[in-house]
Design a protein around this ligand. Sequence first.
Ligand code: NCD
Ligand code: ZN
Ligand code: ZN
Length: 347
Amino acid sequence: MTVDRLDICRPDDWHVHLRDGATLASVVGHTARRFGRAIVMPNLKPPVTTVAQAEDYRRRILASLPSGTDFQPLMTLYLTEATLAQEIERAKASGSVFAVKYYPAGATTNSQDGVRDLERVSDVLEAMQRHDLPLLLHGEVTDPAIDIFDRERVFIERHLMPLRARFPALRMVLEHITTRDAAEYVAAAPANLAATITAHHLLLNRNALFAGGLNPHHYCLPILKRETHRAALVKAATSGDPRFFLGTDSAPHPRHAKESACGCAGVYSAHAAIELYAEAFDQAGKLDRLEAFASFHGADFYRLPRNSDRLLLERRPWTAPAELALGDATCVPMRAGSTVAWSLVGD
Ligand SMILES: NC(=O)N[C@@H](CC(=O)O)C(=O)O
Ligand SMILES: [Zn+2]
Ligand SMILES: [Zn+2]
């Protein structure tokens, strides 16, 4: 029997880039229309490294929200080699900061202030373990000798395995996983290691980067992988394992910065986020697993209550806009000018 309507507990987005200023004002409504809460990435320029900065940023997000939404931004701190262990205590006590984000320096957009040597942040990681504040990982090595398609797998061997051995009680989320290696590693690990999975990594493989010519709008980090990896991610997301949950990694960049000789990494998907996940779960014949992945597992991992209101989706195709306003520029969203199979009821 085909299901044409889905009535689910309101989902949350456990990894999103809302940016700041006019860009924030352009994008935040898309996330707030769909999700009850979102873990907001701290890779602004300059990065959000203190609780005071995170709380200021939180106020700017709230001030940018369209009226009539209860959306709650959950803030994160950007880990640098200068982060103080006391900041972790402050974060835990704040009630507004829910995690700390580790960017290997140079791995991705605005990661230049990230960590070069994990040894230099041991006291901070120790404090996070003690205060039970989750560590979110952009899990790619930056070693230029490692092939870009292998950077996630090698990160697990070189960095994640030793990190877990040193801080066995630290809760960690391997963000935006893209490989079978990562999915299998997380599935075999204890309950304090989880992973987010994006809609684009569930729906696209690396052919999408080159279909009919080079497509910079499908360039993100970690980069899209081959089909076997996409299939493994679908299997993990639809498995019912509570350690896998929704994180869009929606990452807007202006059109001119993507369509450039040195295009920025990031796919914008917030305009159709839950609809695209519904498509991926539908294609897998697992629509009945969407609610737990999108609305339960992340809240449970972060030890937050599940949302109490609902979101209604229906099988009704619509055409995503060819471009969207992004501050005084534009952005080319995922599925630009083409069809998305599911819609929000009421839109
Ligand atoms: N995913 C991306 O390709 N880009 C993100 C950074 C990140 O999440 O790594 C961005 O901030 O643009
Ligand atoms: Zn990342
Ligand atoms: Zn991201």
